[in-house]
Design a protein around this ligand. Structure first.
Ligand SMILES: NC(=O)c1ccc[n+]([C@@H]2O[C@H](COP(=O)([O-])OP(=O)(O)OC[C@H]3O[C@@H](n4cnc5c(N)ncnc54)[C@H](O)[C@@H]3O)[C@@H](O)[C@H]2O)c1
Length: 333
């Protein structure tokens, strides 16, 4: 049994906290707003981000980051990617002792274009890289909290760290694989959200299964191209954090990123859609970062590029699809 601090009480953080608690670990869940933490305690439910799922009385909930991290074997960071830096800044003076730091966040920071574990190393260079890991894969919170069979992958540059987390998180309904390809696992999980927005756009435009099949396949091709240029392994992009998550996110009615795309395809404006959402859709900010990364590494990413123009330059979604269809003819690679 381990002591685990789960940092971030959104849908995914709360789900993982419940999962780990159910496995017998001692879990402390951190919510950054004291009033929201108090509501979690008094409601015994996360009405904002995970309604309908009871929180046990004995699950510790705090808004004190130091308390959530103190003496823990694992610090599990599950806040949206755009706030990771501000949270980790507040953790940099906390004693790490023997803790492993795991992130289950999926995103790429705007401007720096850092993966989440790169933000860790930038902010807290004293954290040893062999104690850093990332968890990713097709894992919608709404299904994991109902104990629907799910498989994920945890990666660390130091395989024994990934294996330690693998054993701590594994259950009969959550199968966990280990990987040494931290770069590939993080990039797959982040970049697929951009393709999910594009898939939603196609749904909103009323296109069919042929379109979706092509989008997923060519989407994975461009994710793999960029990912390998950045040091990820080809096999990882065909794995759970690449193809696996892409299939789930692009098809699920529960995917927020696909939902954003679908609304755009139906003619709504991005800001209006985001204003209606309580929960984060990581793919929106990641589209900007992915576009910038493709330019930095000179990797063609036509679907990502069109998604970026639709989201941030008001390009007509139908024209974006037409432009993709009318690109120069290629050999399939
Ligand atoms: N929800 C899922 O099914 C799922 C599955 C796998 C991975 N993820 C990833 O997990 C990460 C978190 O997603 P989520 O679904 O839990 O998000 P969410 O939108 O459900 O919740 C966001 C959480 O972030 C907190 N937060 C907001 N601003 C903050 C700040 N300044 N400081 C600290 N905390 C702040 C909110 O209080 C809330 O607890 C994302 O990167 C997402 O892609 C989500």
């Amino acid at each position: 049994m381990l002591d685990i601090g789960v940092l971030g009480a959104g849908s995914w953080g709360t789900t993982l906290a419940l999962h780990l608690y159910g496995l017998g670990h001692r879990v402390t869940l951190w919510e950054f707003r004291p009033d929201a933490a108090e509501r979690l305690r008094s409601d015994h439910e996360n009405k904002e981000f995970l309604p309908g799922i009871p929180l046990p009385d004995t699950l510790e909930i705090t808004s004190d980051l130091g308390e959530a991290c103190h003496g823990k074997d694992i610090w599990l960071v599950v806040v949206p990617s755009h706030v990771v830096r501000s949270v980790v800044e507040r953790m940099k003076d906390l004693p790490l002792d023997d803790a492993i730091i795991v992130t289950a966040t999926k995103g790429i920071e705007n401007r720096t274009l850092y993966r989440v574990t790169e933000i860790f190393q930038d902010t807290c260079p004293q954290w040893p890289s062999e104690r850093i890991a990332a968890l990713s894969g097709p894992s919608l919170a709404s299904e994991v909290c109902m104990q629907i069979p799910t498989s994920v992958v945890v990666a660390s540059e130091f395989l024994p760290t990934a294996q330690r987390v693998q054993h701590a998180f594994f259950s009969p309904y959550l199968r966990v694989y280990a990987s040494e390809d931290l770069v590939g696992v993080e990039l797959g999980g982040a970049l697929k959200n951009v393709i999910a927005i594009a898939a939603g756009i196609c749904d909103g435009l009323g296109y069919g299964d042929n379109t979706k099949g092509a989008l997923l396949t060519r989407g994975l091709a461009e994710i793999s191209r960029l990912g390998m240029a950045m040091g990820g392994k080809r096999v990882t992009f065909a794995g759970l954090s690449g193809m696996g998550d892409l299939i789930t996110t692009c098809n699920s009615p529960h995917s927020r990123n696909r939902h954003v795309g679908e609304q755009i395809g139906r003619g709504r404006k991005l800001q209006e859609i985001l204003d209606d959402m309580v929960m984060v859709a990581e793919g929106v900010k990641t589209s900007q970062s992915a576009y910038d990364l493709s330019k930095r590494h000179h990797i063609p990413m036509p679907i990502t590029e069109e998604a970026y123009y639709v989201l941030f330059h008001d390009k007509d979604p139908r024209a974006a699809v037409e432009d993709l269809m009318m690109r120069d003819l290629k050999v399939e690679d």
